[in-house]
Design a protein around this ligand. Structure first.
Ligand SMILES: *Cc1c(COP(=O)(O)O)cnc(C)c1O
Length: 364
């Protein structure tokens, strides 16, 4: 038997979630964000399943874009941080990529280069995130440098929200107002909304939305809403019990003996560890599913290739029994919260050692 750890990815869920983004933003086109290997789901597989319905895709760097072009994706494809260095421009031109422009050095490089075809540009304003983009005052100046340049194709104006996941926060509306104040005069397409804004801030949708996490079915919001409840989780991470230990009260388990048994305890040793990307800091008591629907919990520290779960109360759990960590039957939002992180980090941390198995199943 092969090592049983695996991530089963339901492509039908990803298509459903993209469709949901389009229904929530019916007047917008939607960039499907597949950076970070499709948030750990496999960028090529995700892009291929979305290709018939997707308006365009977005990635973080040229290497990710090349992978999609090599797989036959010929949609508009946006580099979300643009170029890092002028030497990338020939490849950008050859692959026909859209560029985010967030800094003057990128405009300098572009104006120094003669592409075969004009490049579509996404000019970014920093409206309060303070990470990438031109300040509102510098934004118009940057636009003037690009406007009319032979290198520039279609120009879209963009910005990014810092707190769209927080439903009671006024910051998103303030960023929107600031952005519109400085961009309205240009009368160009606008793109602002990440997943939380697609789900919860309809006034931000404009001409292009940029859903990422929601495509994979995890809610980015700080609490569930009617829209987030319609997401379908795409990934189920599971493995199986490979050994069973019968311990006495007072025995303790694993590195650092972090968990001491308070009663006679049956322990399932499961083939899943931090070399798979499972969080090492997962706490005692983290929920897991044993078999189809028995709830139990992690006990003891996660090690590199294994972890341990309590199966004392689950009589039929034995070597070979499946253990599920998130996905079907166990929301990843809950697991992320208990591990002190967010679903984004859990899914992108999964290493290549976890085989991704693809299913296409509309009602499972
Ligand atoms: C990653 C990214 C997104 C998608 O964010 P989600 O919260 O995953 O939807 C959108 N816009 C930009 C600029 C990004 O870098």
């Amino acid at each position: 038997m092969a090592r049983p750890a695996k991530a089963v990815i339901n492509l039908a869920a990803i298509r459903h979630n993209y469709r949901l983004a389009k229904e929530l933003a019916p007047h917008s086109r939607a960039l499907a964000v597949v950076k970070g290997n499709g948030y750990g789901h496999g960028a090529v597989e995700v892009a291929q399943t979305l290709a018939p319905q997707a308006d365009a895709f977005a990635v973080a760097c040229i290497e990710e874009a090349e992978q999609l072009r090599a797989a036959g994706i010929d949609h508009r494809l946006v580099l979300l941080e643009g170029i890092f260095d002028p030497s990338e421009l020939p490849k950008v031109d050859q692959l026909g990529l859209d560029l985010v422009i967030h800094s003057d050095y990128q405009i300098d490089a572009l104006l120094d280069y003669t592409p075969r075809h004009p490049l579509n540009l996404w000019l970014k304003m920093d409206s309060g995130m303070h990470r990438l983009g031109f300040s509102p005052d510098a934004f118009l100046e940057a636009y003037k440098r690009l406007h009319g340049a032979s290198q520039a194709g279609e120009i879209t104006l963009m910005s990014h929200f810092a707190r769209a996941d927080e439903l009671d926060q006024p910051r998103t509306r303030e960023q929107l107002e600031l952005f519109l104040r400085f961009s309205r005069a240009l009368d160009l397409p606008i793109s602002l909304s990440n997943s939380p804004a697609v789900l919860a801030w309809p006034e931000t949708h404009q001409q292009w939305v940029r859903p990422g996490m929601m495509l994979y079915g995890a809610s980015p919001l700080d609490r569930a809403t009617a829209t987030s409840a319609q997401l379908e989780p795409a990934m189920t991470l599971s493995s199986a019990i490979i050994a069973v230990q019968h311990l006495k009260a007072g025995d303790s388990i694993g590195y650092g003996n972090r968990y001491s048994c308070t009663r006679p305890t049956r322990v399932g040793v499961v083939a899943m560890g931090y070399a798979d990307g499972f969080p090492r800091h997962a706490p005692n008591g983290l929920p897991v599913l044993i078999g189809e629907h028995d709830k139990s919990s992690l006990i003891g520290r996660v090690s590199m290739d294994m972890l341990t779960v309590d199966i004392t109360d689950i009589d039929d759990a034995d070597v070979g029994t499946e253990v599920t960590f998130w996905g079907r039957g166990l929301p990843i939002e809950l697991i992320a919260e208990q591990c002190g992180t967010i679903p984004y980090e859990l899914v992108t941390n999964l290493t290549p050692r976890i085989p991704r198995l693809y299913v296409d199943c509309s009602n499972c």
